[in-house]
Ligand binder design. Structure first.
Ligand code: SAM
Length: 322
């Protein structure tokens, strides 16, 4: 199944819940609604959807996201069910890291292969200001737990916001080097609470490179694969080695390589992160899974996928899954 521009689907980003334990300044608006668990797909329903996508469109990769995916009490069951599906070559999660000290090992044992952990600051006060939670130490412990559990690689995600953490990139890079993590600096997207102040708060990857440059002795660009990051391996001024990358949805979109769809646990289907939901799949999932109805909804929605993402987002990322 292709879209109008010949792109196929290999990668599902599945938002398992819109609930989140953080209130990041760029992500979560005040007063966002809550779903009851019965509105969200159950682990068997999620398994059915993923299994079908493997068979019908050749899906090979799933990332669990949210909201905060570990906010769901049945997350281990969800991971176990997806990990058991033949054909899924990569099962990853994006998490804020707050629960990893407790959950890293069980998640790994359940079959999760990789984690990306959001980390916007190493300064406890700035971290609390940006995320709404006094939780830096807990996240750092979560990062250590993820490494101990054997996740490889463990990647860090940092959204760069002018006037908040834009001068912290070198510190974050040294931290990543020390821990053997790959870090990705993400351009702020005009969606969510900062959308109407986006121009003032956005920092381009070029500007980030200039901030980092004095700390980099030698660098080598890594081959661009289907992932969204432009990756670099570098020797830092003090001899430490790090891999870092820039995720550049705004300055240099990677829509030509997009092989993703996004489905939220309430059945909303987003062919593009910045577009509105183009359909809801729940009528094909409940009361009984109907593969033909599912494919018809998916095909229709996919035809609405534009060549490039819209210039502004439709709803905050917390409701889609970044
Ligand atoms: N709760 C998890 C976490 O904190 O990683 C997963 C969900 S979160 C929506 C996924 C990613 O989206 C995070 O790395 C977050 O920083 C990023 N994100 C959210 N809003 C964004 C925005 N407006 N621009 C760029 N990245 C954003």
């Amino acid at each position: 199944m292709h879209d109008r521009f010949g792109r196929s689907i290999r990668y599902l980003r599945l938002s398992v819940t819109p609930a989140c334990s953080m209130r990041c300044v760029y992500c979560r608006p005040v007063g966002i609604g809550h779903h009851s668990l019965s509105d969200l797909m159950s682990p068997p329903e999620i398994e059915q959807v993923v299994r079908h996508l493997v068979e019908s469109v050749g899906l090979i990769k799933v990332r669990l996201t949210g909201g905060e995916p570990t906010a769901r009490g049945d997350i281990l069951q969800i991971v176990r069910r997806i990990a058991g599906i033949r054909g899924i070559q990569d099962l990853a999660m994006t998490t804020n890291g707050l629960t990893l000290q407790r959950l890293a090992k069980p998640l790994r044992e359940a079959g999760l292969r990789r984690v990306n952990i959001s980390l916007d600051s190493l300064d406890p006060k700035r971290f609390a200001d940006m995320t709404g939670v006094d939780g830096l130490e807990r996240v750092k412990q979560g990062i250590d737990a993820a490494l101990q559990a054997g996740f490889d690689p463990v990647k860090l995600n940092t959204v760069v916001i002018r006037g908040q953490n834009d001068q912290e990139l070198p510190d974050l890079m040294y931290f990543a080097a020390d821990k053997g993590l790959e870090i990705r600096f993400i351009e702020l997207m005009p969606m969510g609470p900062l959308a109407n102040r986006w121009e003032q708060r956005y920092v381009s990857a070029d500007e980030m490179r200039r901030t980092i440059a004095p700390h980099v002795l030698v660098s080598e660009h890594l081959v661009r694969d289907a992932s969204s990051a432009r990756r670099v391996r570098a020797v830092l001024q003090d001899g430490r080695i790090v891999e870092y990358g820039f995720i550049t949805p705004m300055s240099c979109p990677f829509c030509d390589l997009c092989d993703r769809i996004r489905i939220a646990a309430d059945g909303s289907l987003f062919p593009c992160l910045m577009d509105r939901p183009r359909a809801n799949l729940m009528s094909a999932i409940r009361p009984r899974f109907d593969p033909d109805a599912f494919d018809a909804i998916l095909f229709d929605a996919l035809q609405s996928k534009q060549e490039e993402h819209p210039s502004t987002g439709f709803i905050p990322m917390i409701q889609i899954g970044g």
